[in-house]
Design a protein around this ligand. Structure first.
Ligand SMILES: [Zn+2]
Length: 124
């Protein structure tokens, strides 16, 4: 088991029922956020693969080079460009692994979101 995970589990074991349910709720929020982080995927349209446009939903898109190592696309309908992570939480997330660990630690210690955010220097 991962060190952080076993530490979390042992801390969770020492919590009151109220603290535990608070942790569960926060983990649920985190989990649903993570599901939204998934990259967009190409869909099959008329026998070819197309990346749907996150701006207008059109599938008339074409590959348009690369952006920060990710495939970039251009929408033929609205003319906007996007990458496979545009519009997902991952695209906006500036949190690295260390920050996520801090965030989890803060959650385990039952700190307020504002406190944690201040620590991470992000807005809550
Ligand atoms: Zn579009």
């Amino acid at each position: 088991m991962d060190d952080l995970l076993s530490e979390l589990v042992s801390k969770a074991g020492a919590m009151s029922d109220e603290e535990l349910s608070s942790l569960m709720r926060q983990l649920e929020v985190l989990k649903s956020g993570r599901e939204k982080q998934q990259e967009r995927h190409e869909v099959a349209v008329d026998g070819r693969l197309a990346m749907p446009c996150p701006h207008c939903g059109s599938v008339s898109t074409m590959k348009y080079g690369k952006y920060r190592g990710t495939a970039r696309y251009k929408c033929k309908d609205c003319g906007k460009t996007f990458t496979s992570t545009t519009g997902t939480m991952f695209y906006h997330s500036k949190l690295g692994v260390a920050e996520w660990k801090k965030l989890l630690e803060g959650m385990v210690l039952n700190r307020s979101n504002a406190d944690i955010a201040q620590d991470l220097q992000i807005s809550a």
